[in-house]
Design a protein around this ligand. Structure first.
Ligand SMILES: [Zn+2]
Length: 269
């Protein structure tokens, strides 16, 4: 069994604010180590369930956060950014059996995590796909569907876990582990060690059910709204091919082809 894990940091159990997610801050090393440990716990659960090959995408900031020396022999890590539109799931392809997400966070405009954002922490007020707020989990799980790989496991803030689970039955076999709860600019963080044991146990369980038929169904049509915090940014990006400005802050893009959605997102965020 071959597993792909995409890992971020704003949804791991130790983070609460932007500065400590950035290399150089006095708490960054604590958080990067917890990100590594949460990825490791997921790998251990997957291996116990029968995984023999795992690829991890380090998908936060410079994509060089995970200490790869701590991971098992069957794990490869994709570090830094190639520039491919698959972005946080770069190198995912049809050879994988399942897709898992560690340290993910609520979407831009959602109040469940002070670190809520979607792809860009600076520019984006929200992204909607087919009239629903799209998180990075939404965007990347659709990429999984494009490669016929089911998204089976998700960890991050409680709001993200509940919002993503509410998208059932589109994710009929999604198992989640919440790491913390956000309120305003604050977070109540769960015990990091308890979170690790939950991740190991639940990632294993997620792979012990018959998940193969639970690939997310790709919509026939994608209507993508990108609302920027600054109208100046919306105006500038409106010159990208095939997008239109629908109000001072918002672009609309429509396509039947999800790869085209990813191509637009790669350039206009
Ligand atoms: Zn991040």
């Amino acid at each position: 069994m071959k597993i792909f894990i995409s890992a971020d940091i704003e949804g791991v159990s130790t983070t609460s604010e932007w500065s400590e997610c950035t290399s150089g801050n006095h708490l960054y090393n604590v958080n990067a180590l917890q990100m590594t440990k949460e990825v490791l716990a997921c790998c251990e659960g997957a291996i116990e369930a029968g995984a023999t090959e795992i690829v991890v995408k380090d998908a936060h900031a410079g994509a060089n956060n995970i200490d790869i020396t701590m991971l098992p022999d069957c794990v490869k890590v994709n570090r830094k950014w190639s520039g491919h539109p698959y972005s946080m799931v770069d190198t995912l392809d049809k050879s994988f059996d399942a897709l898992m997400f560690i340290g993910y966070h609520s979407a831009a405009s959602q109040g469940f995590n002070p670190l809520s954002h979607t792809m860009s922490s600076k520019n984006i007020f929200y992204i909607k796909i087919n009239d629903e707020i799209a998180s990075e989990f939404t965007i990347n799980s659709y990429t999984g569907a494009l490669e016929n790989v089911p998204s089976v496991f998700l960890t991050g803030d409680l709001g993200l876990c509940e919002y993503s689970a509410s998208m059932n039955p589109r994710h009929p076999n999604l198992t989640t582990v919440a790491t913390k709860e956000g309120k305003g600019a604050s977070t109540t963080n769960y015990s990091p060690n308890w979170v690790l044991s939950q991740i190991k146990e639940k990632s294993k369980q997620a792979l012990q059910v018959d998940f193969k038929k639970s690939v997310l169904e790709l919509p026939k049509k994608f209507k993508v709204e990108i609302c920027y915090k600054e109208h100046t940014q919306a105006f500038k990006m409106s010159f990208f091919p095939n997008v239109k400005l629908i109000n001072d802050n918002t672009l609309l893009f429509e396509s039947n082809d999800y790869f085209e959605v990813l191509r637009v997102l790669k350039f206009v965020l």
